[in-house]
Design a protein. Structure first.
Length: 233
């Protein structure tokens, strides 16, 4: 009599990170002494590129100071460079999942493969020009509502809004997230939070909040609305 065989279920694939591509837009930096008051207006270019088969994404962003009335990246006058940072965002392994190439992910999508887990753990490593490196941890998930730059909540524009891809990363001094070189100075950042949300119109809303050693709690630090200018890189 033959012995029955059991086939283990195949690991579930993770889709590429939704912020993949090149993005451009305009935003504002908020005051650290007057909450909610825009201090600087800027334009930004962000590039997220996938490297190799693993779920690791090279991340680079650069900003320039611009006029308060700038409407988009193309028309904004780049008065002076403000900030540049580079790093890697990596989707961490989850039990029952595997990493696959972009072509394989697309093929699975075309074959109506099961959706990826609702929540994926993520790690981000970023290098700043003021002699500070940052290791942040968080999740990729989705959510149904968020405040847009116009102040509208989902559904207030008369259109039905479904869950949207959402990435949140948080770095904390108490967790050893920040590493400072000899050139680091000024206030000490104790908490830094990054949020990326893909809006219904395909634009990317990017928000950051921070808490320094002179602040009682994390405040809004910057907000930028980005438009994808090409496909996946």
């Amino acid at each position: 009599m033959s012995t029955p065989t059991h086939t283990a279920p195949k690991p579930q694939a993770q889709a590429p990170l939704f912020i993949l591509g090149r993005w451009r837009g305009v935003g504002k930096v908020y005051s650290v002494t007057e909450r909610g008051v825009a201090k600087i207006h800027y334009c930004e270019e962000m590039e997220v590129r996938r490297e190799g088969k693993a779920q690791a994404y090279w991340h680079h962003r650069q900003t320039w100071k611009t006029a308060p009335d700038a409407q988009d990246f193309a028309s904004a006058e780049k008065i002076v460079p403000l900030h540049v940072e580079s790093g890697v965002i990596k989707i961490l392994p989850v039990q029952g999942t595997t990493t696959i190439s972009r072509d394989a992910a697309q093929a699975q999508e075309e074959q109506s493969a099961p959706a990826a887990p609702a929540v994926l753990p993520v790690e981000g490593i970023f290098i700043h020009p003021f002699s500070v490196s940052e290791v942040a941890r968080g999740t990729v998930t989705s959510r149904s509502s968020s405040s847009s730059p116009s102040g509208l909540e989902d559904g207030q524009d008369g259109q039905e809004q479904g869950p949207r891809p959402y990435l949140r990363l948080e770095a904390r001094e108490a967790d050893g997230s920040f590493h400072r070189g000899l050139g680091a100075g000024g206030k000490t950042t104790e908490v830094y939070i990054r949020e990326y949300e893909l809006l219904a119109d395909g634009k990317l809303l990017y928000k950051c909040a921070l808490k320094s050693n002179t602040m009682p709690e994390p405040w809004e630090h910057l907000e930028c609305l980005l438009q994808r200018v090409d496909g996946e890189l």
